[in-house]
Design a protein around this ligand. Sequence first.
Ligand SMILES: [Zn+2]
Length: 290
Amino acid sequence: MLKNLFRKREYVTVSSRALDDNDNLPNIPDGKWINCPKCKNILYKEDLERNYKVCIGCGHHFNISAKNRIDQIFDENSFVELFKDVETRNPLNFEGYEEKLELNQVKSGLKEAVITGTGEINSLKVAATIMDSNFMMGSMGCAVGEKITRLVEYATENRLPLIIFTASGGARMQEGIFSLMQMAKTSLAISRHDKAGLLYISVITHPTTGGVTASFAMEGDIIISEPNAVIGFAGRRVIENTINEKLPEDFQSAEFALEKGFIDSIIKRRDSKNYLYKVLRLHGVSENAK
Ligand SMILES: [Zn+2]
């Protein structure tokens, strides 16, 4: 009969293939749980946040935003942002760059891939820049270079120790040679800070590569890293293809860099505030030096 055509079905058919594909996946409600990429354990997000975003099972350090890092390292409400209005233009008129910047600004809540300012670590005042890999992989264009340079110059003028937290995919390709120039510019400012007899601590976090590794990340008086951070210049495949050799498994890891003497220490995230405080005190930074 004609009306049978419009009758509601009492069941739905599901293809057996679709069932097979999803059979082995746990049913994880959105937003509350996260998979550890290293040990594959399923972690409750709130527990992870409480543990400095470090996996409770295997100690994997998840990436954190610059804002999270500020909360973890600096005394409550002590961080004062400087130079936050420095913005990137599109010096090469690179197609689609403005749209990409806008997208990343909305996604990360930041204007650029770095936050610069001053803050206190157990009441010791420092100048600090914190890079954020959520913004175009923390790549360094003109604005990132300019903000870091201004902050380092501010630290030199005000005789403040400097701490830079790096997280970067390297120079920003959309700004070409202008990006590469930032390596020399930031390095020069750091050299003046150094000549003024001031302390610079570089804290490397995952990943720190390319032009940032080749400039200020490796120019610290003291260079520390978070565990398992990738630290490198060119990518593994590029090097392997160039030298036609297989690289060691742990090549470009913080542990490898420590073994070869590129960095001074590997410090777990939960210990980093205390470690930085001790290093500052050891170098004569006192509460009066505000
Ligand atoms: Zn894990």
